[in-house]
Design a protein around this ligand. Structure first.
Ligand SMILES: [Zn+2]
Length: 485
């Protein structure tokens, strides 16, 4: 690490991270082995809260009704800078780290095959380093740390924003595991809305008197046909995908209830709304054709994700100052083995950070922190804790997640985010500049939540799954917990 030209505040923060490097790795590994899917991150949230409370943060648990969400605060006054990140794993993604073939830790169980455990680690390690340096050097300001559940369901952060948790925030940082070390600006991820369309009919004996039934599954099928026809008229940037979550019980009973879970995406919030409104009309038509009643439940609704250019410039300087970790020959060899297993180009790990050359690029995934990025200026650090070429949500992405590659990349990410946040804490003119460029970037678009005002999160998702797998997964939890000093 170069760490050159850093002032005493930054040197103090980096020294804190360096002397706690083993604890950062241990925090990351603990979260990896918890492997908890969306809304079931009980162990993960408890450990993160414990680490933050031990370091002196004030923690509000269960924010916006999410059992596994939290807000940890330190310091006082202006500016108010927020860090936010996720820590959820994915169903069916259990994979033994370090093993080069598909081999589940617990067969059929959830697990980390992207690396959100590393995202939360960067967030909390940065928070501890910032608190340490700010107190040691009398740097003013309020640091807020948002534990954000269920990113993989695009769920929690629109609720935080809707419920006013970002009303007093000046700017916010997100971070994400990646293959390279970079930052970005402009609209970089698309918005999405997900909703259940449930149809209610009437059961009947399907052989004796089918004419007495009103078939809810027919309505699901007709909605599907309607949306398939509509695809010809969709804008090329619109995306719609679905799974049928309930289709009846057995074929000799006309189903009186059937549900389909749709996800609608577009690079603009208005486009997401247009697509959702059209889908709702199609669903109403399907209900009309089948004499069923339609019920629509919005699960989540997130704006596209934009990053602020001022924050990107500051973040880029910090990424360049920290520099790419120096990878050993063993790490390069291991990365190439992972790439072989993933069927990816066998090129090893990147040796240089990625320059910031212009806006974007935009990726076709959504992230539930999109709403934050229209409420306040937001910056992001992509840190190199994974291996280039692996496919997220696939077992190969799980292989490197407890390796020294992951640990070094996570520490580098924490340094870059800490450095960037410190630059804003120490220079209020820079905060004002981010707000000014943010206003220009919004180009007159006024943010208002897409999430219905009275919507409450459904916390039962993945509950049955974890009831099945919690116990066999517990056998793999690490006994040693991180202690930062
Ligand atoms: Zn992610």
């Amino acid at each position: 690490m170069k760490n050159n030209n850093a002032g005493p505040e930054k040197q103090s923060a980096f020294a804190y991270l360096d002397r706690n490097a083993d604890q950062v790795a241990l925090l990351s590994d603990n979260l990896f082995w918890f492997g908890e899917p969306s809304l079931q991150e009980y162990e993960s949230a408890a450990l993160l809260v414990d680490v933050l409370e031990t370091a002196g943060f004030n923690v509000e648990k269960g924010i916006s009704g999410f059992d596994t969400g939290f807000l940890a605060t330190s310091g006082s006054g202006s500016p108010v800078i927020a860090l936010h990140a996720e820590y959820d794993a994915l169903p069916e993604n259990s994979q033994k780290p370090g093993v080069l073939k598909k081999d589940a830790i617990v067969e059929g169980a959830p697990g980390h095959c992207e690396g959100h455990h590393a995202n939360a680690t960067v967030m909390v390690a940065s928070a501890l380093a910032l608190k340490h340096a700010m107190e040691a050097h009398g740097v003013e300001g309020t640091l807020k740390v948002f534990g954000s559940p269920a990113e993989e369901l695009a769920l929690s952060r629109p609720y935080f924003v809707r419920d006013g948790y970002f009303d007093d925030v000046d700017l916010a940082f997100h971070n994400h595991i990646g293959m390279d070390f970079h930052t970005e600006y402009d609209v970089v991820q698309i918005g999405c809305l997900t909703a259940d369309f449930t149809f209610h009919g009437e059961t009947a004996h399907a052989g004796l008197a089918p004419w007495r039934g009103r078939d809810a599954l027919d309505a699901v099928v007709l909605m599907d046909v309607g949306l398939a026809q509509f695809r010809e008229h969709m804008e090329p940037t619109m995306r719609a995908h679905r799974v049928i979550t309930h289709g009846g019980t057995q074929p000799n009973i006309i189903p009186d209830k059937a549900s389909v879970w749709w996800m609608f995406r577009h690079p603009e919030a208005t486009g997401v709304r247009t697509l959702f409104d059209q889908a709702r009309s199609i669903a109403e038509g399907a209900a009309l054709m089948t004499n069923t009643r339609l019920e629509v439940n919005v699960r989540s609704a997130v704006w596209p994700l934009r990053c602020n250019q001022t924050m990107a410039n500051v973040t880029q300087k910090n990424i360049e100052a920290v520099g790419m970790p120096e990878w050993s020959d063993e790490e390069q060899a291991f990365a190439r083995e992972v790439q072989k297993a993933a069927g990816a180009p066998v090129e090893g790990l990147l040796k240089q950070v990625t320059p910031l050359t212009g806006p974007g690029p935009m990726i076709g995934a959504s992230n539930d922190c999109g709403d934050i990025s229209w409420k306040v200026p937001m910056g992001r650090v992509w840190f190199p804790a994974s291996v280039p070429g692996v496919s997220f949500h696939n077992w190969t992405a799980g292989i490197p997640l407890t390796s020294s590659i992951a640990h070094k990349g996570t520490l580098a990410g924490a340094k870059a985010m800490t450095g960037a946040a410190l630059d804003f804490f120490m220079d209020t003119a820079l905060v004002e500049d981010a707000k000014r460029t943010f206003k220009t970037e919004l180009d007159g678009i006024a943010y208002e939540p897409m999430l219905p005002a009275d919507q409450q999160p459904d916390l039962t998702v993945n509950k049955d799954l974890m009831a099945r797998f919690r116990e066999p997964m517990q056998a793999h939890y690490l006994s040693e917990k991180p202690r930062f000093a």
